[in-house]
Design a protein around this ligand. Structure first.
Ligand SMILES: CC(C)(COP(=O)(O)OP(=O)(O)OC[C@H]1O[C@@H](n2cnc3c(N)ncnc32)[C@H](O)[C@@H]1OP(=O)(O)O)[C@@H](O)C(=O)NCCC(=O)NCCS
Length: 163
């Protein structure tokens, strides 16, 4: 299979995406997968921004979301269909979400990631995230630790002096 960068459209997720989301979520996260109801609640939850990556034909091949709490943004999830990984899709989606966090004037973006998830850790580090600390047994029932990671979003100089 080619691993060339694939041309996807990154757009907001809508309720009509739930069936595809549910399938991908169970494939990618197994016993830790969110239920379809949890996914539905997330899409419309307060402060949430969820995006999906679609192929030219419209098929959903990735999704990602953040929650802005009024101060910081938290990455809630990032996932790419196994058949399309390694082609820049998660990087594209996170780029859109980091832009959204900047527009919301978030001070930082935070996330948790399994300490054994090398692809995700490389992705986050390549975007400038750094490790803040280790949370023991954060992922249950597997009992796997998480790194907490942070990306500071300094305000543009033009904003200084604004109230
Ligand atoms: C982590 C995940 C979202 C990455 O998605 P992706 O679309 O394949 O990522 P991209 O192609 O945009 O890759 C971006 C960067 O991630 C890193 N990366 C991706 N796959 C990698 C791998 N297999 N090994 C090491 N680094 C990898 C690289 O730094 C890569 O940048 P580069 O191609 O310039 O070297 C994907 O592997 C996935 O869905 N995993 C299962 C769900 C998951 O673990 N989500 C994260 C929860 S915190």
């Amino acid at each position: 299979m080619s691993t060339a960068v694939v041309d996807v459209t990154v757009r907001p997720l809508v309720a009509g995406d739930l069936a595809a989301l549910d399938r991908m979520e169970r494939t990618l996260f197994g016993i830790s997968a969110w239920s379809r109801q949890m996914l539905a609640d997330e899409l419309v939850g307060p402060g949430r921004t969820y995006v999906g990556a679609t192929l030219p034909g419209g098929s959903l091949v990735g999704y990602a979301g953040i929650w802005f709490d009024g101060r910081d943004a938290q990455v809630m999830t990032v996932a790419t269909d196994p058949g399309y990984q390694g082609r820049g899709i998660a990087r594209r989606m996170l780029g859109v979400l980091l832009e959204r966090a900047r527009d919301l004037r978030a001070e930082s973006v935070l996330l948790e990631v399994r300490v054994d998830n090398a692809p995700a850790i490389h992705l986050y580090e390549s975007l400038g995230f750094t490790q803040l600390g280790r949370r023991r047994g954060y992922y249950q029932p597997e009992n796997v630790d998480a790194w907490t990671m942070q990306l500071l979003l300094p305000r543009p100089a033009a904003d200084e002096g604004e109230r």
